[in-house]
Design a protein. Structure first.
Ligand SMILES: [Fe+2]
Ligand SMILES: [Fe+2]
Length: 257
């Protein structure tokens, strides 16, 4: 079991509702979703290694509503649908649910930070494709480099500069912190350092947000590096619980306008 069973049981047991009381899984899912916010906030506030003093945390459903009203949501849907050409199914821990959430966190952070469309795409692609080089779902310390080498054939339409940033971020995402930025120089020149640093740090934050899929009790926010990423903690927790409980429904959430 990948997810934290204790929290899923707590989550289900805390609302006094049963799936059998609803006509369809969709109705049950909606009812559960409406009840997640207070529960999720209490769990996050109780984590010893998470700083929750920031004034605003994004709730998944409020954030989804906001993002779906943004004209760029259509781009996110397009980019995530294009992942169909790649088979993520062999990696339960690092497959589609994980990379879809990372792509979503990247999209949300990009919109909140007001990045341009070019950078937004690089952020989302980094989230969606950062783990495609894995040959082992558990121990694989070179999968960032393997993924980076696969990117040119997947994205021939990217400019050389865009591809360089994406490759550098993906290559180094699995290095322990603090990591050495000189590893980027296989791909980039000095001119691209700031943009590369932004995409690479954002990818590390998105990937770290989704560590919660491995269990919430020991979750530590030390790799998030920015308040924007910290504001996503609540949303990431909700996304993990709901994906675990309703995998098919939440796959669709990200595939619809
Ligand atoms: Fe990875
Ligand atoms: Fe990952």
């Amino acid at each position: 079991m990948i997810y934290d069973k204790k929290h899923i049981e707590l989550f289900e047991g805390s609302f006094g509702i049963k799936e059998s009381d609803f006509a369809s899984e969709n109705e049950y899912a909606s009812a559960v979703c409406e009840r997640t916010v207070g529960f999720s906030r209490a769990v996050i506030d109780g984590l010893p290694n998470v700083k929750t003093e920031i004034d605003e945390m994004y709730e998944l459903f409020a954030l989804l509503k906001e993002l779906k009203s943004d004209e760029r949501w259509g781009l996110f849907v397009k980019w995530i649908r294009e992942t169909d050409r790649f088979d993520f199914s062999m990696h339960p821990v690092h497959g589609f649910p994980h990379t879809a959430r990372c792509g979503f966190y990247q999209f949300a952070m990009g919109i909140k930070l007001g990045v341009d469309e070019k950078t937004l795409r690089l952020m989302v692609l980094a989230g969606l494709y950062h783990d495609i080089g894995r040959t082992d779902d558990e121990f694989d310390v070179v999968h960032g480099r393997a993924a980076a080498l696969m990117l040119p054939s997947l994205f021939p339409e990217l400019s050389k500069d865009e591809l360089s940033i994406l490759q550098a971020a993906v290559h180094t995402h699995c290095f322990p912190e603090p990591y050495d930025e000189s590893m980027w120089y296989e791909y980039i020149d000095n001119r691209l350092t700031d943009e590369c640093r932004f995409v690479a740090e954002s990818l590390r934050a998105a990937d770290s947000l989704d560590y919660m899929r491995l269990g919430i009790s020991g979750y530590d926010d030390k790799y998030l590096h920015s308040d924007t990423a910290r504001k996503m903690i609540l949303c990431a927790f909700e996304a993990n619980l709901l994906f675990a409980k309703f995998p098919e429904i939440y796959k669709k959430v990200f595939l619809q306008r």
